[in-house]
Design a protein around this ligand. Structure first.
Ligand SMILES: *Cc1c(COP(=O)(O)O)cnc(C)c1O
Ligand SMILES: [Zn+2]
Length: 429
């Protein structure tokens, strides 16, 4: 395969800014110092190296206009940094996944008004299809033709699949220790898949280096990260729309890099300022695994400084020891009256099984992290049992079978006779 044909037209900042169609996106703005620059494939502030974020000039957006849109995240295209023609391109149509009222899970945990946002229903079975769809749409407009990423697994699946469907080449870098299912679910799309000896943080560093050398590769979460990250806003929009244009009082979000949590908070804020929901107060809480808890540790210590950790947890999709958005998670959580906590791997396994048993939803380890932390925060009194609460279930259990393989299995193995079945189930004949 050829990975170098035409490079992006707009990596030299600003040159192509005015001719780009990235919908309501108006500029890139530095989250640290506020410096603004024209839309381009840039991710670090030229003044202070702080992270860049998309800034918007929204037109008039109404509920009716959104409700008439497709049943995918493209119904929110007027709120995302994507071309106004985005639906015309081959895409994966992720999003508009179900919001499930979870009364049985709620009763077990002690929540009286609980919902589960079930993102296992996306094309490659995790929320990463959302961010990749937005990254691909923006990258196409920015002139790229190769999609790339460093990944803890789910992003690898989503990137390889989206590139395959769009007819793009892709390059995917993963830590060599990744779960078997996530390797197969990436390799099947015949991407260039490189298993790297090292942790995710090593892989991420390598990708950042390559992003400077291979100017025609759109690393979804590196050089086009400002656009990619905005894809997570669709979760916040959907939750509010599916609740009848209402922001839930409490949202519990798993934290890896922290991007998703900060963008759900951003989406809620935009819905209020655009007048799409009535004024509301919300609390956002973060969920981590004890074996990779840099953000919950900083939260508990009351500091803004997120110290990197070496991950060791079954929740590998969340195993980012040096989370790029850590400080912004702390800000959003503290500002909204939430907390960030962490749970053990055993608690994660138990919570995966609890969610399956009560709601018929089989989540990957990250879902177990969310459910277990929601329980912990409720018990600690930092979540209100009566308030409307939404738990983010971000990935499918088929991706992490290894995590509970030894714990579940047939009730019994029996000969093919009805007597044997009755005996195994303790039914007297
Ligand atoms: C990537 C991922 C997350 C967290 O995303 P961040 O935005 O990096 O915090 C949560 N759940 C799953 C299943 C993921 O793959
Ligand atoms: Zn700056």
């Amino acid at each position: 395969m050829t990975l170098t044909e035409s490079g992006p037209s707009s990596t030299t900042s600003g040159s192509a800014g005015s001719s780009l169609d990235l919908g309501p996106a108006a500029a890139l703005a530095c989250r640290a110092c506020g410096h603004r620059l024209a839309l381009a494939a840039e991710f670090a502030c030229p003044q202070c190296f702080g992270p860049l974020e998309v800034a918007y000039e929204f037109g008039r957006v109404t509920r009716e206009q959104i409700e008439r849109g497709p049943k995918s995240l493209w119904r929110y295209k007027d709120l995302l940094p994507v071309p106004s023609t985005v639906e015309a391109h081959p895409n994966m149509d992720p999003g508009f996944t179900r919001l499930v009222k979870a009364d049985r899970l709620g009763a077990e945990l002690g929540f009286r008004n609980l919902w589960v946002k079930d993102d296992t229903g996306n094309p490659t079975h995790s929320f990463k299809d959302r961010v990749v769809a937005v990254a691909l749409a923006a990258a196409r407009e920015l002139g790229f033709r190769v999609l790339a990423c460093p990944s803890t697994g789910n992003l690898a699946n989503a990137t390889a699949a989206a590139a395959a469907r769009a007819g793009w080449d892709s390059v995917v870098l993963i830590p060599s220790s990744l779960e078997r299912a996530k390797v197969i679910m990436t390799a099947v799309y015949e991407t260039s898949l490189l298993a790297v000896d090292g942790t995710y943080d090593d892989v991420n560093r390598l990708a950042t280096e390559l992003a400077f050398e291979q100017e025609d590769w759109a690393f979804v979460n590196v050089n086009v990260r400002p656009y990619y990250a905005e894809g997570s806003k669709s979760l916040g929009y959907e939750i509010a729309e599916q609740l009848g244009w209402r922001i839930p009082a409490q949202t519990v979000v798993p934290v890896a890099s922290g991007s998703q949590l900060t963008k759900i908070d951003k989406a809620y804020g935009e819905l209020v300022s655009l007048g799409l929901v009535d004024g509301a107060e919300w609390r956002i809480s973060g969920a981590q695994a004890a074996g990779c808890s840099p953000v919950s540790t900083a939260f508990a210590e009351g500091t803004d400084v997120v110290r990197p950790q070496k991950p060791d947890t079954i929740a590998r999709s969340l195993a980012i020891g040096n989370p790029a958005d850590g400080p912004y998670v702390l800000d959003a959580v503290r500002r909204t009256g939430g907390t960030v906590t962490d749970v053990t791997d055993d608690e994660v396994r138990d919570a995966m099984r609890l969610l399956a048993r009560t709601e018929g939803i089989f989540a990957e380890t990250a879902g177990g992290v969310t459910v277990a932390n929601a329980r912990k925060q409720l018990e600690a009194g930092t979540l209100d049992p009566d308030a409307d609460t939404v738990l983010l279930i971000t990935g499918d259990g088929l991706k992490t079978l290894d995590a509970i393989e030894g714990q579940v299995g047939p009730t019994a193995t029996v000969p093919a006779t009805s007597a044997a079945v009755r005996e195994a189930l303790g039914i007297s004949s």
